[in-house]
Design a binder for this molecule. Structure first.
Ligand code: AMP
Ligand code: MG
Length: 323
């Protein structure tokens, strides 16, 4: 990754306007919430979301939580059941993320949901975070603003220690009060499930629901296929590492050498662009391969450095799910 200049933004009108301008251009701004500092990007811009994974060096495309200014904005991106409404009314704004069905036409990047048909949403509590989100007007995808595998940041200085030179800006809003990630709940199961313990105690949620949460925690991975939500894998057969495609296969290329590919993840060999295209192109390749009765999808080799590692992880899983 090329080193970029990381600006420090002040927690005022000027800083907010600058953060919004960076987000609109597809850049990355770390910002304080009551839980920890989040690394935010426009959730509807695939290349911007891909940059989050690149900056954090995340080895896999696990789904991200979207942050919105209020419940009305959340409804533009997700469907709320009665139980979801009750939890939102009781705990938003606050450190609770709800996993909800994605609304069709929400235009979220598939990288945000890792290709799932559910999305995790929350409304953060601090006036600064809400002012930022209201000024942006859309959804900001944000995991914690630290390199993958390191401790979550609760100050702007922590963010800079880990990510200076890799992100466009950090807004300095002082220390995060909660210092723990949000609690993640899937409200639409019977009983509703706790997916990750966090800043909001499970007991408080159970008191509102009037029942005990089932425990389905797996902090680093979305629920496994077949358990609750099915992870996206094409229905067609997949072959990886195909520098030249077999006859009768759809060819999904990568880089300049794949002349004549049916689709190319990135003709210029840009891994950020490839990540942004990955889920949508797999869908399209699958549709075409099945429509035209092709043998399957042959995928060109993708280098394993930077975002390539996460791309290859996802491709390997998609291929394994076929066996
Ligand atoms: P982080 O971005 O590090 O706070 O982690 C977000 C976590 O939220 C993921 O690792 C998942 O465990 C969970 N998550 C986000 N979106 C979903 C979803 N659509 N379904 C299930 N779990 C999700
Ligand atoms: Mg994290």
């Amino acid at each position: 990754m090329d080193r970029i200049e990381t600006e420090t933004l002040s927690p005022d009108e000027t800083g907010i306007a600058r953060a919004v301008a960076i987000w609109r251009k597809g850049g990355l701004v770390a910002f304080p919430t009551e839980t920890v500092y989040g690394l935010g990007a426009d959730a509807c811009n695939g290349a911007a979301v891909a940059r989050i994974f690149a900056a954090k060096n995340r080895p896999a495309f696990n789904p991200l939580i979207i942050h919105v200014a209020d419940l009305a904005s959340a409804r533009r991106f997700a469907h709320f059941s009665d139980v979801a409404e009750r939890l939102a009314a009781a705990f938003w704004p606050g450190p609770l993320s709800l996993v909800l069905p994605v609304r069709k036409g929400a235009w979220l990047s598939p990288l945000v949901t890792a290709g799932l048909d559910s999305v995790a949403v929350r409304v953060p509590q601090t006036p600064l975070a809400r002012a930022l989100l209201a000024a942006f007007g859309g959804a900001i995808a944000a995991p914690s603003a630290n390199p993958s595998g390191t401790i979550s940041p609760t100050t702007a200085a922590h963010v800079l220690q880990g990510l200076a030179g890799r992100i466009d800006a950090v807004m300095d809003g002082g220390a995060a009060q909660v210092g723990l990630e949000s609690t993640i709940v899937h409200p639409d199961l019977l009983p509703p499930a706790l997916l990750r313990p966090g800043g909001l105690p499970a007991e408080a949620i159970e008191a509102v629901l009037g029942c005990t949460l089932q425990i389905a925690t797996n902090a680093e991975k979305p629920l496994s296929p077949g358990q609750l939500l099915s992870h996206y894998a094409p229905k067609s057969r997949l072959r990886l590492d195909q520098a030249t495609p077999p006859d009768g296969w759809f060819w999904l290329g990568f880089g300049r050498i794949c002349k004549g590919a049916d689709l190319n993840l990135s003709a210029s060999g840009d891994l950020v662009e490839a990540a942004a295209n990955l889920f949508a192109m797999l869908h399209k390749a699958d549709d075409i391969a099945r429509r035209d009765g092709l043998a399957g999808i042959a995928i060109a080799p993708v280098p394993d450095h930077g975002l390539g590692a996460a791309i290859n992880d996802r491709l390997a899983r998609a291929a394994a799910e076929k066996i």
